[in-house]
Design a protein around this ligand. Structure first.
Ligand SMILES: O=P(O)(O)OC[C@H]1O[C@H](OP(=O)(O)OP(=O)(O)O)[C@H](O)[C@@H]1O
Ligand SMILES: O=c1cc[nH]c(=O)[nH]1
Ligand SMILES: [Mg+2]
Length: 227
């Protein structure tokens, strides 16, 4: 977790474009498990999924609500709210798919679109290979899912696909596990109406465009393709 007071460019986005989960001791303990290079894959999966649930619940808070009054069992009115928009999830294949199970746990019968983008291992540039999205996605709010936001290249490419399908920028909530100032700046400068929900802002990228202290290659570690 970077000292955000020393990166003024990030400061301006915090609490507006960027929603950082409360940095609780429990969250730090979960991060300690999944970042540990000796962690077993079953632990990486189990504890990452606990953080995904926290991120998704926080992300739902950025969707529209409308007043909805109900009557309680003791005959009193409760001045409540209910979701006021159609929703879909969109995972950035491969690592984004790691969030789909929790999304289905929280939002029953949700539609999930897919965008396959691969970050070139050498140039680190994103390559768009494929997308499969609900036909009416332009009418939906989108929970875009990718656990890693590093240079921002993949996220910008994925958002471009959504914009070209008519999704308003302000309807996109990006659900993310780990990011860095570089990724936040790239995202928020180009798409200031997109909301980013993340669990940690790392210090910076290394020369190989991996985050520091980071988590390594999340997709490989979560899906077990690192050996
Ligand atoms: O912000 P960026 O610099 O684009 O890096 C972030 C992207 O890099 C990884 O994808 P990658 O294609 O490397 O592998 P994956 O199959 O594990 O998703 C990760 O899953 C993000 O999608
Ligand atoms: O640190 C990083 C950066 C990009 N992708 C990852 O999986 N990890
Ligand atoms: Mg990826």
């Amino acid at each position: 977790m970077t000292d955000t007071t020393t990166t003024p460019s990030i400061q301006e986005y915090l609490g507006k474009n960027v929603h950082l989960l409360p940095q609780t001791r429990q969250l730090r303990a979960l991060h300690s498990i999944i970042r540990d290079r000796t962690a077993r894959r079953e632990d990486i999966v189990f504890y990452s999924r606990r953080i995904f649930r926290m991120l998704l619940e926080a992300g739902l808070n950025f969707l529209p609500f409308e007043s909805w009054e109900v009557e309680t069992p003791v005959g009193r009115k409760y001045d409540g709210l209910r979701f006021a928009s159609q929703l879909c999830g969109v995972s950035v294949i491969r690592a984004g798919e790691s969030m789909e199970a929790e999304l289905r746990e929280i939002c029953r019968s949700i539609r999930i679109g897919k965008i396959l983008i691969q970050r070139d291992k050498v140039t680190k540039l994103p390559r768009l290979y494929y997308s499969s999205l609900p036909n009416d996605i332009a009418r939906r709010h989108v929970l875009l899912m990718d656990p890693m936001l590093a240079t921002g290249g993949s996220a910008l490419a994925a958002i471009q696909v959504l914009l070209e399908r008519g999704v308003p920028e302000e309807n996109i909530v990006f659900i993310n596990l780990l990011t860095v100032p570089e990724g936040i700046t790239a995202l928020c400068k180009r798409h200031p109406k997109v909301k980013l929900v993340t669990s940690s802002i790392e210090e910076r990228l290394n020369e190989n465009a991996y985050m520091l202290p980071g988590i390594g290659d999340f997709g490989d570690r979560f899906f077990g393709t690192d050996t």
